[in-house]
Design a protein around this ligand. Structure first.
Ligand code: URA
Length: 433
């Protein structure tokens, strides 16, 4: 088999068979196929797409390129969730204790942030002592005993996806539905989940910008799940502005605590409860979504949800006092207020720009070797639809760096204020199952 013939085939709209997909993924991962040939193939896939069988084969080729997590010793239906990525997305921090409260085991592997999007593991590490590198035995023990554990993704999980994702990032081929779908689903399959809830983000801060594309991506991933015997539900949620009011690490932990205490902003509360409810349904705790949603709301109100987060922090070595006293979380020394230059209504907040600004303040990494400042980030005082007066604070930048001019400029330009009140943003657009 020759790579050039496979590129030609895809370029001409052909369908790759399983042996050809395996040849490509193995060859590229081993280094036998060079970047320039893989780039050409990715672009051919970008323009000509893949059918359902090709996407399932690509997903399995990614899974088989590395280790898979054996969760057979965990009792019960293991439910996982995955977000296609956004700014201010602290949903995992909230749903993990919530779903565990229902007695459903959540064995979560999460990533670190890179570029303008944050990572759950970095956020948790802003809690002093929190250990995200449990041994496999401890991980399984905690899931069985407490119904929850969270660790960083193991280095050898879907290495083919990792290498190809890095190439996609520099060849303008990230926003291809077959490539996103296989990348996301391979990680979930390799992590050992029985059932999966996908949070498909749509809007300016997401990889997919239109509802139609989000539906296509969601449907594609649900079908991959079905074809691989993993019951999968995809919820399409808004990312036309950052989720919640906090973007960063320690400040996102603070906001997750507020949601679990029943004091969170509406958008992050609704999205989190929706994702958690579908997880609870797939995990067999409830027959229908509505009952699950009402029960989870009651669990938040009762204080059990926040107690479960406190337990998570405690069993993974962190300081549980931060739950009652968030002032013990890292706190930046400089706070810069970005003011409105006119009065009117906030019409949009460019999520990607806010993510980039937060990264420049120290909350994220430009390259993977960068060290995170857990106290850095942005608080969005005003969100889309809010009325603002001239000189009122739109957002506050938290940092320890002295040079914040670029971050300030970007955060400033992320906001659009107009005379006309915009239409109310929907938080949940659709559910595909
Ligand atoms: N998230 C992933 O894991 N992979 C993609 O390709 C896009 C988002």
């Amino acid at each position: 088999m020759r790579m050039v013939d496979l590129i030609q085939k895809k370029k001409n709209g052909g369908v790759l068979v399983q042996e050809e997909i395996d040849f490509i993924v193995k060859g590229y991962t081993k280094g036998d196929i060079p970047d320039y040939q893989m780039s050409a193939l990715l672009m051919a896939i970008y323009f000509n797409g893949m059918n359902k069988r090709e996407i399932a084969d690509l997903t399995m080729a990614y899974v088989e390129s590395g280790d898979t997590v054996d969760l057979s010793e965990v009792t019960g239906i293991k439910v996982d969730k995955h977000s296609t990525g956004g700014v201010g997305d602290k949903v995992s921090l909230i749903v993990l204790p919530l779903v565990a409260c229902m007695g459903i085991p959540v064995a979560k592997m999460s990533g670190r942030g890179l570029g303008h999007t944050g990572g759950t593991i970095d956020k948790l590490e802003s809690i002093k002592g929190f250990n995200t590198e449990l041994s496999q035995e401890q991980f399984i023990f905690n899931v069985n005993k407490y119904k929850m554990a969270i660790v960083g993704q193991s280095a050898n999980l879907t290495p083919a996806d990792k290498k190809i994702y890095a190439l996609r990032d520099v060849t303008a081929t990230v926003d291809s539905i077959p490539l996103i779908a296989s990348s996301v689903m391979s990680k979930k399959i390799a992590s050992g989940a029985d059932c999966i809830v996908l949070d498909v983000k749509v809007g300016s801060g997401a990889f997919v910008k239109s509802i139609d594309d989000a539906r296509e991506l969601a449907t594609t991933m649900v079908e991959i799940g079905k074809s691989l015997n993993r019951e999968t539900i995809a919820v399409i949620t808004d990312m036309s502005q950052p989720l919640g009011h906090e973007i960063g690490n320690a400040n996102e932990i603070k906001e997750a605590i507020e949601v679990l205490k029943g004091q969170g902003a509406l958008d992050i509360t609704i999205v989190s409860l929706t994702i958690a409810s579908y997880m609870a349904v797939l995990g067999g705790a409830f027959y229908d979504f509505e009952t699950a949603y009402q029960e989870l709301k009651a669990i938040v109100k009762s204080g059990k949800a926040i107690d479960k987060l406190k337990q998570l922090v405690q069993i993974q070595g962190g300081n549980p006092q931060i739950i009652d006293d968030t002032d013990q979380l890292p706190y930046a020394k400089t706070h810069i207020e970005i003011k409105a230059l006119k009065h009117g209504y906030v019409n949009s907040i460019e999520a990607e720009s806010i993510g980039i600004s937060a990264m420049l303040l120290g909350a994220g990494r430009k390259i993977k070797e960068d060290i995170i400042d857990y106290s850095a980030g942005i608080t969005l005082v005003k969100k889309v639809g809010d009325k603002v007066d001239f000189g009122e604070t739109l957002c506050i930048l938290h940092t320890n760096t002295d040079d914040c001019i670029e971050a300030e400029t970007i955060a400033n330009s992320a906001y659009t204020v107009n005379d006309v009140k915009p239409k109310q943003i929907k938080y949940i657009y659709d559910v595909i199952r």
